[in-house]
Design a protein around this ligand. Structure first.
Ligand SMILES: NC(=O)c1ccc[n+]([C@@H]2O[C@H](COP(=O)([O-])OP(=O)(O)OC[C@H]3O[C@@H](n4cnc5c(N)ncnc54)[C@H](OP(=O)(O)O)[C@@H]3O)[C@@H](O)[C@H]2O)c1
Length: 302
């Protein structure tokens, strides 16, 4: 039997409590901030009762004898929570930080936990609990990652371990967010402008189709090899796109930013570097961009 001490009983914490408690083999404890008094939250108390978990208002009590402490608080509270827990950690206990705290805070947490004799896990939740529930993908790095993965895999928690120090799982999450969250902003900008012209549905449908139903690595290959030779003309087209978005009274922030990035790639001479021919190896495109940018940094052009 393992003892899982979960700090924070919001969307993630309650999903973890339910999933890790499902088999009935483990003890689940949750820490919630003391709400007794005028602001007491009856709904929370009911949820905790229904989950059948042991509740504590004291971190020290919650963590005593724990096999793993799971921090599921907002990223802004992660530092305060690890600082509160570290001095009382039992040797070998896993401290799993599942929050969206910045990389530097995760590294700092890892140092504190290691100094106290615990095993730190930087755990980055890559999807959403609302969409995937307990099966949500979690990337983990840091000294405790392998051991924690072995502990929770039999319960069905979907942990993918990176052989890397604490902070790397969070790096992975933040880097993929450039695409996943950037895409959110693109979709909104595009559809708002399309709606203005009465073309919302047509535009959305025009993007569907087999070309969009490719696994991401194949999509990335396709994007890189075509951008290598067509960045200039695509940037120009985006200039015109930005104009129609603007005329729809939507600020074309994303269209202009993408135009800028593609324009800079074209200015680097990427097309000439490939003799105007679509490269077979998409990885080579990134290498060429890196090499060309050393001569003329992408980020510093006036
Ligand atoms: N939910 C998801 O799908 C998802 C996906 C990716 C990452 N995450 C990350 O997972 C973490 C938790 O997310 P969530 O959606 O479960 O958030 P949530 O529903 O807002 O729950 C946060 C919980 O943390 C508690 N809390 C806040 N500050 C605290 C503190 N200083 N000490 C102790 N407890 C504190 C809250 O208690 P009070 O009610 O007392 O404020 C609440 O129970 C976040 O860092 C989030 O970015 C979540």
């Amino acid at each position: 039997m393992a003892v899982f001490a979960i700090i924070g009983f919001g969307e993630l914490g309650s999903s973890l409590a339910a999933g890790l408690g499902r088999s009935g083999k483990h003890e689940i404890r949750v820490y919630v901030r003391d709400r007794s008094g005028p602001g007491a939250d009856a709904a929370l108390a009911t949820r905790i009762e229904q989950a059948g978990v042991r509740q504590s208002h004291y971190l020290g009590e919650l963590a005593a004898d724990a096999t793993a402490i799971l921090s599921a608080v907002p990223g802004s509270a992660a530092r305060e929570v690890v600082r509160g827990c570290a001095p009382g950690l039992a040797p070998g206990v896993y401290y799993v930080d599942l929050t969206a705290a910045p990389v530097a805070h995760k590294r700092e947490g890892a140092a504190l936990v290691s100094a106290a004799g615990g095993r730190y896990v930087d755990a980055a939740v890559l999807g959403t609990v609302a969409a995937s529930g307990f099966e949500v993908s979690i990337a983990a790095s840091g000294p405790g990652a392998h051991g924690w993965q072995k502990l929770v895999a039999p319960e069905g928690l979907n942990v993918d371990v990176l052989d890397a120090p604490a902070g790397h799982a969070t790096l992975l999450k933040l880097l993929r967010s450039v695409y996943t969250k950037g895409r959110d902003a693109l979709v909104v900008e595009m559809l708002l402008a399309a709606r203005h012209y009465g073309l919302e549905q047509r535009v959305a449908e025009s993007i569907a189709g087999p070309g969009e139903e490719v696994p991401f690595p194949a999509l990335a290959e396709r994007v890189l090899s075509s951008v290598a030779i067509h960045a200039g003309r695509r940037g120009d087209e985006l200039g015109a796109s930005g104009d129609v978005v603007h005329e729809a009274h939507v600020e074309p922030v994303m269209a202009r930013a993408a135009q800028e990035v593609l324009g800079r790639l074209a200015e680097l001479g990427l097309r000439d570097a490939f003799d105007g021919k679509r490269p077979a190896d998409a990885g080579e495109v990134l290498s060429r961009i890196e090499a060309l940018s050393k001569r003329r940094p992408l980020s510093n052009r006036g």
